[in-house]
Ligand binder design. Structure first.
Ligand code: BGC
Length: 808
């Protein structure tokens, strides 16, 4: 097969000067995040770094200190392309400062089932919102010389069996929904690269998708960029190279190299196919300034803890925060009122999801710190119930390096003969072993040691697969921790933990040794950590203490949420219920408090069985390093939480159009078709909160809805701010076709900031890509008949004006 859609880049002489092995060598990474340089053609080393919530750098954990941004759903909830652009620009600054050329983001898979563990990284359930925000983010990066990487192409909406699952999606749904954000970000922002996913799509691995990559992306869309595999996703040489994959990551090993050279020699892959892959790589290198004369890439980079970053990150987080309920004008909180701030998430606010999106921030502001900074003595903080099932690494204050006395853990890595092959200080209590490190010999065992500055009843133990021995004082405990799947991904992203209780004296030494377990085919490696924490308290006692705190204050603010156990790469949720006894805690506080506000510290839908009992609910996402300041600013109204939901919140488990994420015989059937999220809920059942819902801090009247063109593609409406403060309204326009085989859809939106008592005429230009459908019989896009209803709504649960379209 020849390359079906070769791209013209003007690099033919360079390509012609390389022989086949030299060309193929360029098509696999040189390391985890770098590509091979080729000095003979002026190609430098290209470097990639994970995004999308910070530029972590060339290692998977640890690494340098970088700014931690609000997560994708929180950013998206501002419905503001200008903010998405600003985030892209800031990420470009962070990338340039580290010599990074490509940031591996944005993630633009859709929120299909709310159980998806990785939804926190992706914008929305809606393809238009996702695509428009992605295009702005990509422009923000690329206008400043750093490449974006749209991921993960395609139908990668959940994590269960992610390396083997076959997402079964009909062609119309694939194009109208799951490919649409990619199409928009390619057409409107010319993203320089795209990442092919782990999963299969309709039986063919995403890394071998001739149909998606060659026919649609490179063919129909005329895409000129580079298709890179997700890390370790590629399993073949000829089928992947012929399928349109340009680059295998990571390297230096992998399935291409000499296998691909052999495949070309055997005639299974045309030389022109290889040339096209190299051409696309060189185009990316040229765009990123790594080909030819080195380009001066510099930007004044604010430090991650600079006043400028603090302001930006607070504002970006606060803008997306969303008022889901607000009765008796409970929010914003009155200054002067006394506040009982309750909950584990108030003290240990979760600022990011788990997995490859994690970064190492300079600091993280908890809600307790943020609110106390604004209210001082008027706020009393009370810890809540445990929210995690697995043991967590030793927090600051519970472990210090036994030699240096610095917070953290002493780690030594040993070869099989017991010799020390590496020594580290793990400030976070965990160390990644055998992943980013260049160890001289294979690791066999790890010792983790710390002094315990606080005595008392402690929970101590270890995290990571292997045979453990834990010693503190007289206590010696031995246990074996095993992996469910044996997969290196599990060993890194959700390693098992084991603990025991110990009575410790202040200054006691906690010493552990673990003989590492083998991961499937990849030796001994994974994440290892030390556990040292106060012993868990009895739930009733915790709840009783919270109730009493609530009774003593004018208002109780309970912060609840998920943790990186639910919102993470590599694992899906099984329920939308809050973990632990958090629901019981909220109900008990609400019964006792004069007023109750719940702050939800989670990126994705949760169930709220206590909703009727509380006065207000503020959804705060995973707010990044300035999280606590942003929550405090919104609770007090210093910044309006003007967010609108980006995902529908179902009323109960299973009460949504797409639920199970567990493949059956390897297949995950997208049977709901295009009826995902609000599009599906529109046919029932009604959700708890619709996509697009969000009250802000004002009230609005809509009037004079009008069609500005013949077809209903340009619309206008007047919005009047009937509340008492300046506020931002997001005017959302939906179209519900008369033909009920086609779902209701968001066709456009426009925001307006209006003073109290004032009105604004808001025009909405809808997106032409929502006014078509894929006709499978003709295998072609077909105009959507303009018969149906135009809906102006604040989420479909709050419709403000409708117009009938009767044309064709
Ligand atoms: C993730 C990608 C990420 C890559 C590199 C993979 O596990 O799916 O999103 O960019 O790792 O860390």
């Amino acid at each position: 097969m020849t390359s079906p859609h070769p791209v013209a880049t003007g690099h033919e002489a360079l390509i012609g000067s390389l022989d086949l092995p030299a060309k193929v060598a360029l098509l696999t990474g040189a390391s985890m995040f770098t590509l091979r340089p080729e000095p003979s053609i002026g190609l430098g080393e290209m470097r990639m770094s994970d995004g999308p919530t910070g530029v972590r750098g060339l290692t998977f954990t640890g690494g340098r200190t970088v700014a931690l941004f609000p997560n994708a759903t929180l950013l998206a909830a501002a419905w503001n392309p200008a903010s998405a652009y600003e985030v892209g620009r800031m990420l470009a600054e962070e990338a340039v400062a580290q010599g990074i050329h490509v940031v591996l983001g944005p993630t633009i898979n859709l929120h299909r089932s709310p159980l998806g563990g990785r939804l926190f990284e992706a914008y929305s359930e809606d393809p238009l919102l996702s695509g428009v925000l992605a295009a702005a983010y990509v422009r923000g990066l690329q206008d400043h010389g750093v490449g974006a990487c749209l991921k993960h192409l395609v139908a990668n909406e959940s994590e269960t069996a992610r390396h083997t699952v076959d997402s079964v999606v009909d062609e119309a749904t694939l194009r109208e929904l799951y490919l649409l954000p990619f199409e928009i970000a390619v057409a409107d922002a010319d993203a320089w690269s795209i990442m092919a996913a782990y999963n299969k799509v309709n039986g063919t691995p995403a890394t071998e998708q001739h149909h998606v990559i060659n026919e649609i992306v490179k063919g129909e869309w005329g895409y000129r960029g580079l298709i890179v595999s997700d890390w370790w996703a590629t399993t073949s040489a000829a089928p992947a190279a012929n399928g349109g994959l340009d680059l295998v990551m990571p390297g230096p090993g992998g399935p291409w190299g000499r296998h691909l050279v052999d495949a070309v020699t055997a005639g299974d892959v045309d030389k022109a196919v290889i040339d096209d892959h190299v051409r696309r790589l060189l185009l990316l290198a040229e765009r990123a300034g790594v080909l030819g004369e080195p380009r001066e890439r510099q930007a004044p980079v604010p430090a991650p803890d600079s006043p400028m970053r603090r302001e930006q990150l607070t504002r970006l987080a606060a803008e997306g925060m969303t008022v889901l309920k607000n009765e008796r004008a409970t929010l914003p909180l009155a200054r002067g009122a006394t506040v009982a701030l309750i909950g584990r998430h108030a003290l240990e606010t979760i600022d990011m999801g788990g997995g490859s999106a994690q970064v190492n921030p300079p600091y993280q502001v908890s809600v307790a710190e943020g609110l106390t900074a604004l209210l001082g003595d008027a706020v009393a903080v009370t810890d809540g119930v445990e929210a995690r099932h697995r043991p967590v690494p030793a927090a600051a204050g519970f472990a210090v390096h036994p030699v240096t006395g610095e917070p953290g853990v002493q780690v030594s890595v040993h070869a099989e003969d017991g010799s020390v092959i590496d020594e580290r200080h793990a400030a976070s209590g965990v160390a990644m072993i055998g992943i980013d490190d260049d160890l001289p010999e294979p690791p066999h065992a790890v010792r983790l040691r710390a002094r315990l500055p606080q005595g008392g009843k402690l929970q101590v133990g270890g995290i990571g697969a292997g045979a453990w021995e834990v010693r503190v004082g007289q206590l010696v405990e031995r246990f074996e921790l095993t992996l469910d799947s044996g997969d290196v991904g599990e060993a890194v992203l959700r390693p098992p933990g084991g603990t025991t209780l110990a009575d410790a004296e202040p200054g006691d030494l906690l010493e552990t040794e673990v003989t590492l377990a083998e991961t499937a085919g990849r030796g001994r490696r994974g994440l290892y950590g030390l556990v040292a924490r106060p012993a868990p308290e009895n739930v009733d006692a915790v709840v009783a203490r919270a109730v009493s705190a609530a009774q003593d204050a004018d208002v109780a603010v309970v912060v609840v949420g998920l943790t990186e156990e639910q919102e993470t790469e590599s694992v899906d949720k099984t329920t939308l219920r809050l973990p632990g006894a958090q629901d019981a805690l909220v109900a008990a506080v609400a019964a006792a408090a004069r007023r109750t506000v719940v702050v939800v510290n989670a990126a994705t839908p949760i169930l709220m069985p206590w909703l009727d009992q509380v006065d207000a609910v503020l959804w705060a996402g995973l707010p990044g390093q300035e999280g606590g300041h942003a929550v405090a600013a919104t609770l007090l109204g210093d910044i309006e939480p003007a967010g609108r939901l980006v995902t529908t919140f179902p009323a109960a488990d299973e009460a949504g159009p797409a639920w199970s994420v567990t493949p059956v015989e390897g297949r995950l059937e997208y049977t709901e078709g295009a009826f995902v999220g609000y599009r599906g809920h529109d046919r029932g059942p009604a959700p708890a909160f619709w996509f697009g819902h969000g009250l802000g801090y004002s009230t609005w009247e809509y009037s004079d809805a009008a069609i500005l063109d013949g077809q209903g593609h340009r619309l206008a409406v007047t919005v009047t701010n009937t509340g008492g403060r300046t506020s931002r309204e997001v005017v959302q326009v939906y179209f519900r076709p008369t033909d009920d085989r086609r779902p209701v859809r968001l066709v456009g939106w426009q925001a307006a900031t209006v003073e109290p008592g004032e009105s604004a005429r808001v025009e909405v230009a809808t997106d032409p890509r929502l006014w078509r459908y894929w006709d499978e019989t003709r295998a072609a896009w077909t105009p959507l008949p303009s018969q149906g209803r135009i809906i102006f709504a604040r989420g479909l649960g709050d419709v403000r004006a409708t117009l009938e379209l009767s044309g064709r």
